[in-house]
Unconditional design. Structure first.
Length: 484
C-alpha cells in the first residue's frame, strides 16, 4: 500500500560518531526503504525549480522507485559528476519546496541520490560516455574544487584537453579541506574525483597560479581559462588577543584536520561564527577531545546563515546530538591572554535592534561583561576573494561587483575574453550545487566560445534551466512560509 509518511533516515549513535571521523551521522537506506521512499514521489518536478543544477529529480527518483539505481546515477550525471558527494552534503533546497512537504514530509531527495550512487564502486560500468577524439582545443582550470572539477569533466568528455592547476597537494577544494571526513568520507571523494580524472584530465598539484606558474602564461598558452579559485582568503576579526598561538581561522583548522593532523584543542573551545564552517569546526573540535564546544553567534538563532531551510535545521540537530553549545546574540570583544595563549574570551550580550528597515542589528550591551574559559579559539568569520595571483594588466580589465566578485555574462565569461569564472568566487550562494551550476553554464559558454558546438555530442552537454528557470528564492520562501 502507498504510504505518505517519509521513510525515516536513522542517525548513527552520537557517542560512537564522536570517537573519530569515520562514522557518518546518517545511515544508508536499505533497498526496501529506498524503493518505498522513492515510490512516494508523484513526479511533478516542482523541486527542479529550486535545484541550481536543474537536475531531473522526478526522473531519477522514479528510476530508484523501480529498482534501477544505475539509471538514477545516469540521470544525475547529465548535469552533476559527483552524486555520492552531493547525496551527502548538498544544501538540498529541492526538499524545502517538495509538494509533499505537508503530506508525510518531503521526499528524501538527497539521501536517495546517495543510496543510488553508493551502489557503484566504479561509474565506468554504468556511464557510457564514448571516448571522444581530441578536438584541438585546450582549457586551463585554476582551482580543483567542485566548480573546477565539474567543468573539467564536461569539457573532457567533449574531447577538450583540460589541465587543472591546484595549489594544494589534493583536489576537491572545500569538499576536501572544509567539509570534515565524518560528513564526507575520503573513499567517496576518491571514487568520484577519480572517475572525473579518468576522462583524461591532466592535473598539476602543488601548483599555485601566480607563484609556480603565471596567470599570463595560462592566458597565452590555452584557448580558454576557467577560474574556479573559490573564496578562500580567511577574514579574521582582529579582536584584541587574536594574535595568540591558539587562535586560528576555521578554514586553516579544518584544512589541517583534513590532511590528517590531530590538533590539541584542550578542553574548552570557542568558535566565533554561525554557518557551515562554525558547525564543522565545533564538531571537529569535539572529535579532537574537547569537552565543551561553544558556537558564539552575534545574531539570533533564526538569523543564522542558511536559515530558514531544512539543511540548517538538520545541521543543528546533528550538532545538538553531539553536544555542541550554541550561544546566541553575543559579541566577543577580547581574547584574554596568558603569555602567548588565550585562556578566556570576554564578551557582551547583544540586543537585537530593528529600525524597521532590513534585518535587526546586534547592538552589544556593554554594561555587563561576561567571560568564558577557552583553550582554543576558532574564527569562522568568513573568507574573501583574492585575485592577487593576476598580473596588473588583467586586474585592470576584470570587472567586479561591489562585493568584489567577477561579473560574468550568462555563459560564465568575465569581462576578459576567454576568461570564464564560477563557483564561490563568483556566486552569492556559496554552496556546492551552485558551484556545479556555474561550471555547467561555463562549460556551455566555453564550448560556444571555442566554436565547438558543431563538434560536440549534444547528449553530454549539461542542461542548464531545462524546464523552468531556476529561482534561488523559491525554496527559502516555501520554507519560511511553512515555518511561520
Ligand atoms: C567548512 C565548510 C563546510 C561546507 N559545507 C558545505 C555543505 O555541507 N554543503 C554545501 O553545499 N557547501 C558547503 N560548503 C561550501 C562549499 O564547500 C563551497 O561552496 C564549494 O566548495 C565552492 O566550490 P569552488 O570550486 O568554487 O571553490 P573551492 O571549493 O574553494 O575550491 C577552490 C580551489 O581553488 C584552489 N586555488 C585557489 N587559488 C589558487 C591559485 N592561485 N592557484 C591554484 N589553485 C588555487 C584552492 O586551493 C581550492 O582547491 C562548505 C564550506 C566550508 C568552508
Ligand atoms: S516536488 Fe517532491 S513529489 Fe514532486 S518531483 Fe520533486 S520530490 Fe517528487
Amino acid at each position: 500500500m502507498l504510504s505518505f509518511e517519509r521513510v525515516k533516515i536513522d542517525h548513527a549513535d552520537p557517542k560512537k560518531r564522536l570517537q573519530g571521523f569515520t562514522i557518518e551521522p546518517l545511515e544508508e537506506y536499505s533497498d526496501s526503504s529506498a524503493v518505498a521512499e522513492a515510490s512516494r514521489c508523484i513526479g511533478c518536478n516542482i523541486c527542479t525549480q529550486s535545484c541550481p543544477a536543474s537536475l531531473d529529480i522526478g526522473g531519477y527518483i522514479k528510476s530508484t522507485a523501480v529498482g534501477d539505481p544505475a539509471q538514477t546515477v545516469r540521470i544525475v550525471f547529465e548535469n552533476l559528476p559527483f552524486p555520492a558527494i552531493i547525496g551527502r552534503v548538498c544544501t538540498h533546497m529541492c526538499e524545502d519546496i517538495c509538494v509533499l512537504y505537508d503530506t508525510g514530509g518531503p521526499i528524501a531527495i538527497r539521501h536517495l541520490k546517495r543510496y543510488a550512487a553508493d551502489k557503484f564502486d566504479d561509474y565506468s560500468s554504468i556511464i557510457n560516455v564514448p571516448k571522444k577524439k581530441f578536438v584541438g582545443k585546450r582549457v586551463a582550470v585554476i582551482g580543483g574544487g567542485p566548480a573546477g572539477l565539474t567543468a573539467a569533466y564536461y569539457l573532457s568528455i567533449q574531447g577538450v584537453k583540460v589541465t587543472i592547476y591546484e595549489k594544494l597537494p589534493a583536489l576537491g577544494g572545500f569538499m576536501k579541506t572544509g567539509i570534515p571526513r565524518y560528513r564526507l568520507p575520503q573513499d567517496v571523494l576518491d571514487k568520484e574525483i577519480g572517475y572525473i580524472l579518468s576522462q583524461g584530465v591532466e592535473v598539476h598539484l602543488n601548483t599555485k597560479v601566480g607563484k609556480d606558474i603565471s596567470f599570463k602564461e595560462l592566458m597565452n598558452s590555452y584557448d580558454a581559462v576557467f577560474m574556479s579559485v573559490g573564496n578562500q582568503k580567511p577574514r579574521m576579526t582582529g579582536t584584541p588577543g587574536s594574535d595568540a598561538e591558539n587562535v586560528v581561522h576555521a578554514t586553516e583548522f579544518l584544512r589541517r584536520s583534513s590532511f590528517g593532523e590531530r590538533i590539541d584543542v584542550g578542553k574548552n573551545v570557542v568558535i566565533i561564527g554561525g554557518g557551515f564552517t562554525a558547525n564543522d569546526s565545533s564538531r571537529t573540535a569535539l572529535r579532537f577531545g574537547a569537552k565543551n564546544s561553544y558556537i558564539f553567534y552575534r545574531r539570533r538563532e533564526i538569523d543564522r546563515p542558511g536559515y530558514p531551510s531544512m539543511n540548517a535545521e538538520e545541521e543543528m540537530e546533528e550538532a545538538d546530538e553531539e553536544g555542541v553549545h550554541y550561544v546566541w546574540e553575543v559579541t566577543p570583544f577580547e581574547y584574554v591572554k596568558k603569555g602567548n595563549r588565550v585562556v578566556a574570551v570576554k564578551y557582551w550580550q547583544n540586543d537585537m535592534v530593528s529600525d524597521g528597515k532590513g534585518r535587526a542589528k546586534p547592538v552589544p550591551n556593554k554594561d555587563k561583561v561576561q567571560i568564558i574559559d577557552a583553550d582554543y579559539v576558532i574564527e569562522a568569520t568568513g573568507q574573501e576573494n583574492d585575485y592577487t595571483f593576476m598580473e596588473e594588466e588583467y586586474l585592470r580589465k576584470l570587472r567586479l561587483t561591489p562585493q568584489g566578485q567577477p561579473i560574468v555574462n550568462p555563459n560564465g565569461m568575465t569581462s576578459i575574453p576567454g576568461l570564464f569564472s564560477g563557483g564561490d568566487s563568483t556566486n552569492g550562494n556559496r554552496d556546492l550545487i551552485s558551484a556545479v551550476r556555474d561550471a555547467d553554464q561555463a562549460t556551455l559558454g566555453i564550448l560556444q566560445y571555442l566554436n565547438l558546438m558543431d563538434k560536440v555530442s549534444e547528449e553530454f552537454i549539461p542542461l542548464v534551466d531545462r524546464w523552468k528557470k531556476y529561482s534561488p528564492m523559491a525554496a527559502k520562501i516555501a520554507y519560511s512560509e511553512r515555518s511561520s
